[in-house]
Write a protein of this length. Structure first.
Length: 269
């Protein structure tokens, strides 16, 4: 698909860089693409040089689409610098955690705003992004947004802006929970007597394989996949009796998501 738009990416960290690479593969014209980041990584500098994307132009001009991929704490300070890239026709797509549409609209000269929350598997094209548009976003702009975010994984449109903070807590922060699961599983294997490097390889491969199995078998629920590998009275059942206890994994995960959602609200400013 060819995207006949001009696009400015504000913030070229890991998420911004992953999105940009996905868009260029999708067909975004690099000659109509601007990257603005006061401290770009060497990889980003090399990517812009190799593709002819403009990096930190001296004379900013408004774009059809502006993607805000900076840390939410930076918005107030950065807004005056970002404003020249925006006019009243610019579609703003924000991937900043917590910052509300009202907060963004108060600082930048556009009321056409979409809040989105991708996650880090976007770097390998396996992300998932929750999206919420304002009423002023047109059908054509929604199509463009779906194409841009679809280049890095799946897209889910949510019913309210409040849902974005929950998406942030579940899937936005979720990869870290999965990485921590692999970390804990490896430490448990080590505590049971395995050498640390073997325990780490087993834990990592198990998480990778289980994730791929869920991806390949999208019809079967995670609960049913769990049941399918749990023999009554077996070793898996013994472990699940611990993990599924009243003080086990579910209450801890519920508390973790609630804490992340609360923090997203605090970041709104």
């Amino acid at each position: 698909m060819s995207l006949d738009i001009s696009l400015t990416l504000i913030g070229a960290g890991k998420m911004g860089g992953a999105m940009l690479q996905g868009w260029l593969k999708l067909g975004l014209d690099p000659k109509r693409t601007v990257v603005f980041d006061p401290r770009p990584s060497l990889d980003m500098v090399a990517l812009c040089e190799a593709t002819s994307c403009a990096l930190n132009p001296a004379e900013p001009t408004p774009a059809d689409v502006l993607v805000l991929a900076i840390k939410p704490q930076m918005l107030d300070e950065a807004a005056p610098t970002i404003a020249p890239f925006v006019n009243d026709k610019t579609l703003i797509i924000s991937v900043m955690a917590g910052k509300t549409i009202a907060n963004i609209a108060a600082r930048l000269p556009s009321q056409t705003i979409i809040r989105a929350m991708p996650n880090t598997p976007a770097a390998v094209g396996r992300g998932i992004t929750g999206v919420y548009p304002t009423a002023k976003v047109s059908a054509a702009q929604k199509t463009i947004t779906a194409a841009l975010l679809g280049a890095i994984g799946r897209v889910e449109w949510v019913e309210s802006e409040d849902d974005i903070d929950i998406v942030t807590a579940v899937s936005g922060s979720g990869p870290a929970y999965v990485f921590y699961l692999a970390e804990c599983l490896a430490k448990a294997g080590e505590a049971a007597g395995l050498k640390p490097d073997l325990a780490a390889r087993l834990a990592r491969a198990t998480v990778e394989g289980a994730g791929e199995l869920m991806f390949q078998d999208s019809v079967t629920s995670p609960a049913q996949l769990r049941v399918n590998v749990t023999s009554p009275g077996g070793t898996t059942a013994a472990a699940l009796n611990v993990l599924m206890a009243d003080t086990g994994l579910q209450p801890a995960m519920t508390a973790a998501v609630a804490a992340a959602k609360k923090r997203a609200g605090e970041l709104s400013g």
